[in-house]
Design a protein around this ligand. Structure first.
Ligand code: FES
Ligand SMILES: [Fe+2]
Length: 402
């Protein structure tokens, strides 16, 4: 990897001040350890980050991990059936406690010297410690955790405003889907050797859809602003009749650090597509309280690195997890109605086809993007009007890390 580090004299503010609005970012934003560390400290530690879905925690003791950068957060259902989050760091000498990325436990037992913690984080047993040792002082460190329509979010910043209140106006957008009554049918991780921002920038624009995603572009009018505008009125009328919210919400660019970004908009699908599938036909039973297929598709965002596509019969949720300066996990889950049975109500290959081919293609172009940026010949290039959200993301990002 051609790592371009910031010079000692060349501090972050200096780098930010070189940014030319309407252009892509300088290579150092995608290669410098100092910038990456700043990204982790600010973007991933001061914002609400989507971690997973409640159906991944069906019983007390079920847990999964969310691991941005060097952090590892345990999200668990405790004995009282509440969902909680804790730092995955032992209070003895700091060993990781959970080493599997998901599982079910009766208690968290550290693999190093076997200190054991209850599901609510309290230290239960420790070996060979002095008589006057006060266990109550050494519980797992809690991390804030809130649930919105079945989606679990965490925030490492104790001072950040709450999530649920901040995104109150999104309730009517989510309510018809009843995502709290869905379950994960499939989970897939695509690891790409590229900086996390390239994955997000890619997801935020559909300028690349026509050239890079033939399958998506047959189905989604988002690939063509002209088609999207032309088909929007009829789609919105039908969506309203079916009970979906037709009000677009765009709070993707809050200017103050710590405020939640969120976005909801419906977009039309080309006929005869009723969902994101290979041939256009339905791939699963309808979600929520809507009784007919149709009404287009909802594109959503909550927080800086989590996006979703809500079809009438399934939802696809993305989280981008930075694993290194130039390594990012694109974690995807496919949600179906909680009563839907695989093999009877849906076929897993049909359900996941669209976002498998799309994600495979994205993984390649994001990697090629990073490789080009690592070249000495790269210089920031001008963005298209079809990359308005990417441009917005860059402005938001620079304001965050400043
Ligand atoms: S580091 Fe966990 S028990 Fe020692
Ligand atoms: Fe893409």
């Amino acid at each position: 990897m051609n790592r371009i580090e910031l010079d000692r004299s060349d501090d972050l503010s200096g780098l930010i001040s070189t940014y030319r609005p309407g252009f892509s970012l300088d290579a150092r934003f995608y290669s410098s350890d100092a910038v990456y560390q700043r990204d982790l400290d600010v973007v991933f530690c001061r914002n609400w980050i989507y971690a997973g879905h409640i159906s991944q925690l069906p019983k007390p003791g079920c847990f999964f991990l969310m691991e941005p950068g060097e952090e590892s957060i345990i999200v668990v259902r405790d004995g009282a059936r509440s969902v909680r989050a804790f730092a995955n760091v032992c209070r003895h000498r700091g060993c990781r406690i959970c080493t599997a990325e998901a599982g079910e436990v009766k208690a968290f037992v550290c693999p190093y010297h076997a200190w054991a913690y209850e599901l609510n984080g309290r230290l239960r047993s420790k070996r060979a410690m002095p008589k006057d040792f006060d266990r109550s002082k050494y519980g797992l460190k809690p991390v804030r955790c809130e649930i919105f329509h079945g989606l679990v979010f965490i925030n490492l910043d104790d001072g950040a405003p709450g999530l649920i209140d901040a995104i109150d106006e999104m309730n009517s957008s989510f309510e018809p889907y009843q995502l709290e009554n869905t379950r994960v049918a499939c989970r897939e991780t695509y690891t790409v050797d590229a900086n996390w921002k390239l994955a997000v920038e890619n997801f935020m624009e559909c300028y690349h859809c026509a050239p890079a995603h033939a399958e998506y572009s047959r189905c989604h009018t988002l690939k063509s602003p002209k088609d999207n505008e032309a088909l929007r009125p009829a789609m919105l009328e039908e969506a309203g009749r079916l009970g979906y919210s037709t009000t677009a919400i765009d709070r993707s660019l809050p200017t103050d650090t710590g405020l939640v970004q969120y976005y909801y908009a419906r977009n039309a699908l080309y006929e005869p597509f009723v969902t994101g599938s290979k041939d256009g036909s339905a791939v699963a039973p309808l979600l929520g309280r809507v009784k007919e297929y149709g009404g287009g598709v909802a594109d959503i965002q909550i927080g800086p690195v989590s996006f979703g596509i809500l079809y009438p019969d399934h939802a696809v949720l993305y989280r981008f997890v930075p694993r290194g300066v130039q390594c990012t996990d694109m974690d995807i889950i496919w949600l179906v109605n909680q009563d839907a049975e695989q093999g009877k109500d849906y076929d897993l290959d049909e359900l996941t086809w669209m976002w498998r081919v799309t994600s495979e293609a994205d993984k390649k172009i994001i990697l090629y993007n990073q490789k080009g940026i690592n070249s000495r010949y790269y210089e920031p290039g001008p963005l298209s009007e079809m990359e308005a959200f990417t441009s917005g993301f860059i402005r938001w990002y620079l304001a965050q890390i400043e």
